[in-house]
Unconditional design. Structure first.
Length: 559
């Protein structure tokens, strides 16, 4: 008996909260709407009212030759400033009332709306819980009511948005709160249908959650950032919430790719830096799970699609940062570099499968395009050049076979022309091709880009970096005259490129970059061919030669 009485009182309280919250919020909204209309009417009246006539100013000089009337003496009024009227309580009252009205407006616009939304949620939960405990609602009826309540909340959000006050766009939270409640109800109803009642399979539940997340992100463009955060969280959490015993990595990778690129597009469109960071965190978490969590996934790895989506999103952030949104530069650079490192790891683990190699090449080309469009982000192109050289140098070859070859006979003064062992030719060919690509691309773009010094430095130093990595990978720290000869050849090419750009004042930075690259190539050749005291003497002589060239060509960069 007591339990039934308690449940009855609880249901009555829930019904009261369920009805009082929306009523109070709606009444406050209508009153605020009426006040806005009255204020607009008063402003319109003041705008069309005629301006008051200026007061007539009388001259203080007495009339000339005027004789007073007989029997009367005219007294002139005293000339001087009239006493100021004393301030009355009527003029001091509006300031205090304005402060009170501001507090009341904030209370009506924000706190009453939030309290009403909280009362709405609590009342609905209590009422639904009581109905379930009494056995009045079955599983399908509960889910149907939940989806219907979500649609009602979304409809109320749209109605509130259309009837919002004209001057309350920044602080009007009613549509966002109602829409967030509707999207959260969709999430909950879908999870209940899958987890609690097992009415829908995992694939259908994931599709419904994805639609709810897409709806939240779309509504964020209209109602505000709250729904974007809710949609991003729901989109990234949906696969974990509906995980099945037989996971499908390929659909999961495609789904996450769509989520990452969609959130990136919204962040770029609205320039929401926080959403870009949230997109970055979600991408990194799922990329680590797909690429590092299960190392037994054969190539092609489904995570490659997610890496391409992350690279495209990061490049979009960098491109938008050069157009007036500098806050997107950090998440964009982190996303691009992170995807490049993941692609390098996938490239090495898959023994240089064509898929990861193509993905890394596309990311590098995208970084070049961003560097051309937004010059401030050219450092990303330099980092991607280094990552591609690392990918070319670290091929899967045995270290012992690379250094134990018949060509290492000390009795042979000069090694044959084909001095690269058969098992090492893959590394040599890959580093040569990648280094030549960056050299030709940088030389081609320095005549057209805004920063010729950067592209000249990329053209001159990328081949040297590739040669140094190949030497380290194949020979280790031992001397190698053939590698030294290749370094001298690269120095000669850098000198010819410097001669090509010499005499043009707009390319003086490119001339300095090629001169430094030529000097670096000579130093690298000495380091690869000589050792101990001979190397010290050679480098000392090179310093003197560089000083002479710097003075002869007037290039302070060589100092």
């Amino acid at each position: 008996m007591v339990d039934e009485l308690f449940l009855t009182l609880l249901a009555a309280a829930a019904l009261f909260l369920f009805l009082s919250g929306p009523v109070v919020g709606w009444v406050a909204f209508l009153r605020l709407r009426r006040l806005e209309e009255e204020l607009a009417g008063l402003r319109a009246r003041l705008a069309v009212a005629p301006a008051p006539a200026a007061p007539e100013v009388r001259s203080a000089e007495p009339p000339a030759e005027a004789e007073p009337a007989t029997g009367s003496v005219a007294e002139a009024p005293p000339v001087g400033p009239s006493p100021a009227p004393e301030p009355s309580a009527e003029h001091a009252e509006p300031e205090a009332s304005g402060v009170r009205s501001d507090v009341e407006g904030r209370l009506a616009e924000r706190w009453l709306v939030r309290l009403g939304g909280l009362a709405l949620v609590l009342g609905g939960l209590f009422l639904a819980g009581w109905a379930v405990e009494q056995g009045l609602l079955g599983p399908r009826a509960r889910l149907g009511l939940a989806f219907f309540a979500a649609l009602v909340l979304l409809a109320l959000a749209e109605q509130a948005w259309r009837r919002r006050p004209a001057e309350a766009d920044a602080v009007f939270l009613v549509p966002a709160a109602l829409a967030a409640g509707g999207v959260a109800t969709l999430y909950g109803a879908t999870l209940a249908a899958h987890k609690l009642f097992e009415l829908v399979p995992a694939a259908v539940a994931l599709a419904l959650l994805a639609l709810a997340a897409a709806l939240a992100v779309a509504l964020a463009l209209r109602y505000g950032a709250l729904l974007a955060a809710l949609g991003a969280f729901g989109a990234f959490a949906a696969p974990a919430l509906v995980a099945s015993a037989d996971p499908a990595p390929w659909p999961l990778a495609l789904y996450l790719s769509v989520v990452v690129t969609s959130l990136a597009g919204i962040a770029v469109l609205r320039r929401w830096v926080w959403l870009a960071w949230l997109d970055l965190l979600g991408f990194l978490g799922w990329a680590m799970l797909l690429l590092l969590g299960d190392r037994l996934v054969p190539a092609p790895n489904p995570g490659a699609f997610l890496l391409l989506a992350g690279a495209a999103s990061g490049l979009g952030f960098l491109l938008e940062s050069g157009r007036g949104a500098p806050g997107l530069a950090r998440p964009g650079g982190t996303l691009v570099v992170g995807t490049a490192l993941f692609q390098l790891l996938l490239l090495v683990e898959s023994e240089h499968a064509p898929g990861p190699a193509a993905g890394l090449a596309l990311t590098a080309l995208g970084a070049v395009g961003v560097a051309l469009a937004a010059g401030a982000q050219r450092w990303v192109a330099a980092l991607l050049a280094g990552v591609t050289l690392l990918g070319a140098a670290f091929l899967q070859i045995p270290w012992a076979e690379a250094i134990e070859t018949p060509l290492r006979d000390p009795s042979i003064a000069l090694e044959p022309a084909f001095w690269v062992a058969p098992e090492a030719r893959g590394v040599a060919a890959a580093t040569a091709l990648v280094g030549a690509f960056w050299a030709l691309l940088g030389f081609r773009l320095l005549f057209r880009a805004l920063y010729p010094g950067f592209w000249a430095a990329l053209s001159g130093f990328a081949p040297l970096a590739g040669l140094a990595l190949a030497h380290l990978r194949l020979v280790g720290f031992e001397t190698s005259p053939p590698f030294a000869a290749v370094a001298l050849g690269l120095g000669l090419l850098a000198t010819l490129a410097a001669q090509r750009v010499a005499g043009r004042p707009e390319l003086v930075t490119a001339l300095a970059a090629y001169a430094v690259a030529a000097a670096g190539a000579v130093g690298l050749a000495f380091a690869l061919a000589l050792e101990e005291a001979w190397l010290t003497v050679a480098l000392a002589l090179e310093i003197a030669a560089i000083a002479w060239v710097a003075r002869r060509l007037a290039l302070p960069a060589l100092r």
